[in-house]
Ligand binder design. Structure first.
Ligand SMILES: *Cc1c(COP(=O)(O)O)cnc(C)c1O
Length: 427
């Protein structure tokens, strides 16, 4: 056997840019939080304590969030038909695009056409595509803070600069419009909003979205709206799509079935152009999306084939049930958090599955920062939360309340005893 060649003899090396980027991703942060956690196997007499997963927004494992039977039937039917074992076209199957166009048009003052819809591997690939087609040397994109850092990672990986504008906690996490104007320049191409919000649980009003559209118009940029939590609202405000304002400034709407149908593993999302004035056609941005799709992989054809029946047959009963549980768990969260001295919650969540809370480290003398807090909480209490650094907001926490209500109560009680134990007030 030949001796192994020394490392220096090879021409290849890892892409260093990637190593830096994942450090701040949700998955990267949760990996660190869970690293020191030893699951309680129940040995030694006492009952086992389950791990409470309040870090990632994926409720699909809980029976109370199981997807609609009509959605399962739609996929099973698409498989059994034998018609969806082929490659799809690169923009996606026409019937799926048509039904998504109709579905979204229900909430709009104009009709979308199937040609406005591009199917993607979940909303994540929609983000990847948008950030790739916009990247050109010197361009920058405006992203919210706190935010969903996947946008920043994809922008930076493509050589585009990400600039942050603030969301205002004292104003239900509205966009700091003055801040947007202050950081934009002639190389700014777009601004991103996430509505309903991840990580903040906010839902924007019609009036606020109108202001966002005007601001984009004045800056000569378009709006990318991440509506992956569309219609997942349980407070006073109803969901209004950004596309309503597309005649003011053009809008790319990104979405998927992952969250509303609770099937993130099915990998079906979309990019939709909301553009009644044809700006994206004239500027040829749509051509670059098609070109990108020519050189990337498609969502599974049988899931595309299931979309018309999935959208048509899913009953309101299913959506209402999900909303009812989220309303209940958001209430539990809000009430229980009030009783925890080291944590403040600026506003009650009205949509999505998350709430942002502020850590008061002066109450917790032996805790260094948000990451330290989450690592020790996981280790001592088997409760997983996302440290704020993973959403660009140091020393805050993102809590996912989309878990079954009794686990949530258990998790928040453990969070409370952890804070009490580490708090100097109890000494
Ligand atoms: C979950 C999530 C996504 C990704 O959705 P997929 O359809 O599972 O790829 C995108 N944006 C936000 C804000 C999310 O929370």
């Amino acid at each position: 056997m030949a001796a192994a060649a020394s490392a220096a003899a090879w021409n290849f090396a890892p892409n260093e840019a990637l190593l830096g980027l994942t450090a701040h991703s949700v998955r990267g942060a949760l990996g660190r939080v869970k690293a020191g956690m030893v699951a309680d196997d129940g040995g030694g007499g006492g009952g086992a304590r389950p791990v409470i997963p309040m870090g990632q927004g994926d409720p699909s494992l809980f029976p109370c969030f199981r997807t609609a039977p009509e959605a399962v039937d739609a996929v099973a039917g698409a498989l059994r038909s034998g018609e969806h074992n082929c490659y799809s076209s690169c923009v996606g199957l026409e019937p799926a695009r048509r039904s998504i166009a109709q579905h979204l048009s229900n909430d709009l003052p104009y009709e979308l056409s199937p040609d406005d819809v591009y199917l993607t591997n979940g909303c994540a690939q929609a983000i990847e595509i948008i950030c790739s087609v916009l990247a050109r040397p010197g361009a920058n994109i405006l992203v919210p803070r706190p935010g969903y850092l996947f946008y920043e990672a994809r922008a930076v990986f493509n050589g585009m600069e990400a600039r942050y504008f603030d969301l205002l906690p004292e104003k239900d996490w509205e966009v700091d419009i003055d801040g947007v104007q202050a950081i934009a320049d002639k190389n700014t191409v777009a601004m991103v909003i996430v509505n309903p919000g991840n990580p903040c649980g906010n839902v924007y009003s019609y009036e606020h979205l109108a202001k966002v559209a005007e601001t984009a118009r004045n800056l000569g940029i378009f709006v990318i709206t991440d509506e992956v939590y569309a219609h997942l609202t349980f407070g006073e405000r109803k969901f209004v799509p950004m596309g309503v304002f597309a005649a003011v400034a053009p809008v790319f709407t990104l979405g998927s079935i992952s969250k509303r149908w609770v099937v993130p593993g099915w990998r079906l999302g979309w990019i939709v152009t909301n553009d009644p004035n044809g700006v994206f056609q004239n500027t040829k941005v749509v051509d670059s999306i098609k070109s990108y799709l020519d050189i990337s992989s498609d969502p599974p054809t049988f899931v595309q084939g299931a979309i018309p029946n999935l959208l048509k047959n899913t009953k309101d009963e299913f959506f209402n049930k999900t909303i009812k549980i989220l309303r209940e768990t958001a209430d539990i969260c809000w009430e229980k958090l009030k009783g925890i001295n080291a944590i403040t919650c600026p506003s009650k969540p009205e949509g999505s599955m998350f709430v942002m809370v502020k850590l008061d480290l002066t109450c917790l003398p032996d805790i260094k920062d948000d990451m330290d807090f989450c690592c020790r909480l996981a280790k001592e209490e088997l409760v997983v939360l996302l440290p704020g650094c993973a959403v660009g907001y140091k020393n805050w926490l993102r809590i996912t309340f989309a878990i079954d209500p009794s686990s949530l109560e258990d998790g928040l009680d453990r969070l409370r005893s952890f804070c009490l134990r580490h708090s100097k007030l109890t000494k």
